[in-house]
Design a protein around this ligand. Structure first.
Ligand SMILES: Cc1cc2nc3c(=O)[nH]c(=O)nc-3n(C[C@H](O)[C@H](O)[C@H](O)COP(=O)(O)O)c2cc1C
Length: 331
C-alpha cells in the first residue's frame, strides 16, 4: 500500500504470520526502495513481495496547468500554504526501480497500471522471481497471461486506492471482485482483490476459483500500518467511498471529502498522473500536519466499515484457511 499505509513493520508482520507482506515501491526512489527492502530483511526471513507501477507514467502534465493551479490557490490559502506551483516531473523511475528488484531478488514481484516490457519480463524470469500482474477486466488478464506472468491479481470494483486499469476505460472496469474472478478464464492462478475483509470473504473468493486473496483496506487500521491520525479517524467514521482522479490524476477509490467535492465538477482540469499527484502533495502534507482529513487522500475500499484494529499478524491468522495448524503456503 503506497503513499504511507504500507510500512516494513506491516509487511514483516504479514509475512511472519504466513501471508505475503509487500513493499509498495511505486512512489519510492530506487535508493529508498533498496533501503526499505534491506530493513524488511532485517525484520523477517520470510518471503515477501515488492510492488511497482509498471506503466501509465506521463512525463508531461497533459494539459495547461493554469486552471487547476487557480483552484489549488484557494485551497493553499485556506491551509496557510504559499502559492501552488507545478513541480518538475522527474523521468519515469520504473527502469531503475526494477533494477533494484532484479538485484535484491525478492520471492515475488507484483505490478499494476500496465505490463512491463518484454525484456523486463524476461529479466525477472531469469532472476527466478515469481511475477504477479494486476487485471481489472478479463481482457487485461489475457494480456497479462500473454506477457508471461505467473499469477494474476483480479482487482474488483470494491478495491481501495488506485485502479490498475490499463486497457480500456476505468468506467468499464468496475466488476465486482468475485464476478471478475469467475469471468477470467486464463490458465493462471488468480488472486482475488477488493472487499476481502474476513475469513468468510476469503472462503467465498476461494470458492469462486481464486487461489489466494490480496487485502489492503483490512490492514489500514492495524497498529503496524502507517495510516496517519486524521486518516484513521476518517476511516472510523461512516463516509461514502467514491472513485476519483482528484488527488493523483489516476482513478482511485477513497472516502469522500472536501477536496474531492471541490474538484468533482471540474474533472476536466485534472492533470495526468503523476503531475496531479505532485501538485496535490503540499496540500496533503499540510492537511496531515494540521490533522485535517478533508484534504488528504483517504484511500479505502468498500469494505472499510468491517476493518478491525487488531495487529496485522492476528488478522492474517484469523482470515487465513491455513491458520490453526496447517502449514503456510510456499511462494
Ligand atoms: C491505501 C492503499 C494503497 C494501495 N497501494 C497500492 C500500490 O501501491 N500498489 C498496488 O498494486 N496496489 C495498491 N493498493 C491496492 C491493493 O493492492 C488492492 O488491490 C486493494 O487494496 C484490494 O481491495 P481492498 O482494499 O478492498 O482490500 C492499495 C490499496 C490501499 C487501500
Amino acid at each position: 500500500m503506497g503513499g504511507g499505509p504500507g510500512t516494513v513493520a506491516l509487511a514483516a508482520a504479514v509475512s511472519d504470520a504466513g501471508g505475503l507482506g509487500a513493499i509498495a515501491g511505486g512512489y519510492l526512489t530506487p535508493a529508498q526502495l533498496r533501503t526499505e527492502i534491506a530493513k524488511l530483511r532485517e525484520l523477517t526471513d520470510a518471503p515477501f513481495n515488492v510492488n511497482l507501477f509498471a506503466s501509465g507514467y506521463r512525463e508531461t502534465p497533459g494539459k495547461d496547468p493554469a486552471p487547476i493551479l487557480g483552484v489549488m490557490a484557494g485551497i493553499h490559502e485556506k491551509l496557510g500554504l504559499p502559492e501552488p506551483e507545478l513541480p518538475a516531473i522527474p523521468p519515469d523511475p520504473f527502469a531503475d526501480q526494477l533494477q533494484v528488484v532484479l538485484d535484491v531478488k525478492p520471492a515475488v514481484f507484483s505490478f499494476t497500471f500496465g505490463i512491463p516490457s518484454e525484456s523486463a519480463m524476461r529479466r525477472l524470469k531469469e532472476a527466478g522471481i515469481y511475477v504477479i500482474g494486476t487485471a481489472t477486466t478479463p481482457r487485461e488478464a489475457e494480456l497479462l497471461a500473454e506477457a508471461g506472468v505467473d499469477a494474476i491479481t483480479a482487482q474488483g470494483a470494491e478495491a481501495g486506492a488506485h485502479r490498475g486499469t490499463f486497457a480500456g476505460r476505468v468506467e468499464d472496469s468496475l466488476i465486482p471482485t468475485l464476478d471478475l474472478v469467475r469471468q477470467i478464464r486464463v490458465d493462471k492462478p488468480i488472486i482475488a482483490s477488493g472487499g476481502i475483509m474476513t475469513r468468510d470473504d476469503v472462503d467465498a473468493a476461494l470458492n469462486a476459483g481464486a487461489v489466494a486473496v490480496q487485502m489492503g483496506t483490512a490492514f489500514l487500521l492495524c497498529p503496524e500500518a502507517g495510516t496517519s491520525k486524521p486518516y484513521r479517524r476518517a476511516l472510523r467514521e461512516t463516509r461514502d467511498s467514491v472513485i476519483t482522479r482528484a488527488y493523483s490524476g489516476r482513478a482511485a477509490r477513497g472516502l469522500r471529502n472536501a477536496f474531492i467535492d471541490a474538484i468533482q465538477e471540474r474533472e476536466e482540469l485534472i492533470l495526468d498522473f503523476p503531475a496531479q499527484n505532485s501538485l496535490t502533495r503540499p496540500m496533503r502534507a499540510a492537511a496531515a500536519k494540521q490533522d485535517n482529513p478533508e484534504y488528504l487522500s483517504l484511500w479505502a475500499g468498500t469494505g472499510i466499515a468491517r476493518a478491525t484494529e487488531m495487529p496485522a499478524g492476528e488478522l492474517v491468522r484469523i482470515s487465513a484457511p491455513f491458520a490453526g495448524g496447517s502449514p503456510a503456503p510456499r511462494w
